[in-house]
Design a protein around this ligand. Structure first.
Ligand code: AHR
Ligand code: AHR
Length: 481
């Protein structure tokens, strides 16, 4: 059985079922998600390998070979057509054209399920999906349940990495107009024990960790790589539950009456579905979604416990984030451009600016050092890498407002994430392309001889699709210095 078969037998059927990694009904053979590739803007659907099975990641890899791919649709497996698509502007505008949010890279969150490769949805700040015309979702004070399997190590404190029920207008229409799972370490409203991250309930104008609208010590900080976050709400009752999605059982972090703050009892749910954003399209948060559902009716703890067992049995595990030529931690490398007319230029720094310059064996020692980078284990994720300046030890290549800069390691989580990059086989077939860990739609890209993390098309000049594949492909050699 799949999670939605279990909810159905508990008389709280799924009315939305979303996953890029696997079918959530044992009989489901339809499309899981749609990807769009950069080379020709065509799309394809990715389906399970077999009924109820894991996604056909190989089909995605083939379709996306030698180009980039975005996740354009996360299909609803419930049959209700509650698909998730690129979120429109609301109270806040997204970074894309016309205020839409960004779409996620199709390769930012590789995992295995029972040893078979699949991809989750790695959402950087600015990324969001929604369905503002969903059918069968709870409205008003009606009861619902939901869970989401997330990367417990990918979060931030911005508003709001959510999955669940929200406003149909993408605007803040008042307390109680949402009921969504939140995951992160935002402390602007509620918080739990320790420093986070926490599973909380986004009920609009408030992230709730329990009955108090501020701190509730019963909601623990979590450090699981894979988290199962569970939320349910009915008439003057709701609960937060959670656990390790890779082993063990669920714990109940809160179960009881609605918050006493005004507007949350009764609730005024509107029934839209959001992923990765707040109810008003607040889009500063980050997180990774693998699978999740919403139900009609208030699931029993026993039903949720069976779903947890099903998720554990799916055996989520990490897998490599890199492909192509191996890098050796501790070695010094230089990176040469492959764009025709620029092939004598290497990635260098001039002060804090990262640029390209012509470098050769007869260059000055100073320039050779500016063109040389010590490979370090990724500061945010040791499955990837960071690049430390040879002539300025302690300073790393990071992105900031999407430009690459040389920055001293200030020990912050943001620097670690901005300075972590995952190399893959060069998109133009030469060398390697250096993908940003935190913005996997973006790669080291030279544009007018300056370095950015560029995407294959987008609103910034340095996101130009023209010569993108060449501009993001670098031949890596032993460092000049
Ligand atoms: O409730 C927290 C956030 O407040 C909501 O997600 C958003 O709509 C509002 O800014
Ligand atoms: O480069 C994009 C973002 O810009 C970085 O994550 C952040 O440091 C800066 O605000």
């Amino acid at each position: 059985a799949g999670p939605c078969d279990i909810y159905a037998s508990g008389n709280t059927p799924c009315i939305a079922a979303h996953s890029t990694t696997r079918a959530l009904y044992s009989a489901y053979t339809g499309a899981l998600y749609q990807v769009k590739r950069g080379s020709d803007d065509t799309t394809t659907d990715i389906s399970p390998l077999s009924a109820g099975g894991v996604a056909n990641a190989a089909a995605q890899d083939k379709f996306c070979s030698s180009t980039t791919c975005l996740i354009t649709i996360i299909y609803d497996q419930s049959g209700r057509g509650n698909h998730l698509k690129q979120a429109p502007p609301g109270g806040f505008r997204g970074p894309e054209a016309n205020g839409y949010d960004n779409l996620a890279s199709a390769i930012g969150a590789p995992v295995t399920l029972n040893g078979q490769k699949a991809y989750g949805v790695f959402m950087s700040p600015g990324t969001g999906y929604s369905n503002n015309a969903a059918s069968g979702t709870a409205t008003g004070d009606a009861a619902e349940g939901m869970y989401a399997v997330l990367d417990g190590t990918h979060y931030n404190g911005a508003c709001c990495f959510d999955y669940g029920n929200a406003e149909v207008s993408s605007t803040d229409t008042g307390n109680g107009h949402m009921e969504a799972i939140y995951y992160g370490d935002n402390t602007g409203w509620g918080s739990g024990a320790g420093s986070g991250p926490w599973i909380m309930a986004d009920l609009e104008n408030g992230l709730f960790s329990g009955s108090s609208s501020s701190n509730n010590a019963g909601d623990p900080s979590l450090s699981y790589r894979f988290v199962n976050a569970v939320l349910k709400g009915g008439s003057n009752v709701w609960a937060i539950r959670g656990g390790n999605a890779a082993s063990g059982s669920l714990s109940t972090y809160y179960s009881g009456a609605r918050p006493s703050a005004s507007g949350y009892n009764p609730m005024s749910k509107e029934g839209a579905i959001i992923l990765g954003i707040g109810g008003d399209n607040s889009n500063g948060a980050q997180g990774t979604f693998y699978e999740g559902v919403m139900t009609s009716g208030y699931p029993t703890d026993a039903t949720e416990n069976s779903v947890q067992a099903n998720i554990v049995a799916a055996k989520y595990a990490t897998t490599s984030l890199t492909t192509g030529a191996a890098l050796t931690v501790g070695s010094s490398i230089s990176l040469r451009a492959t764009t025709s007319g620029y092939t004598t230029r290497y990635i260098t720094h001039t002060g804090t600016t990262i640029n390209t310059q012509v470098v050769s064996s007869s260059s000055t020692t100073a320039l050779k050092q500016q063109a040389s980078w010590k490979v370090r284990a990724g500061l945010a994720n040791t499955a990837c890498f960071s690049f430390e300046s040879v002539d300025t030890p302690g300073s790393f290549i990071r992105h900031s407002d999407f430009a690459l800069v040389l920055a001293a390691n200030d020990g912050t989580k943001l620097l670690y994430e901005d300075a972590t990059f995952c190399p893959q086989t060069g998109i133009n077939g030469q060398g390697s392309s250096i993908r940003s860990w935190s913005y996997p739609t973006r790669y080291f890209r030279h544009y007018e001889n300056l370095l950015y993390i560029g995407s294959n098309g987008g609103v910034n000049t340095f996101d130009s699709a023209t010569s993108f594949n060449d501009d993001v492909s670098w031949v890596i050699s032993t460092g000049f210095a």
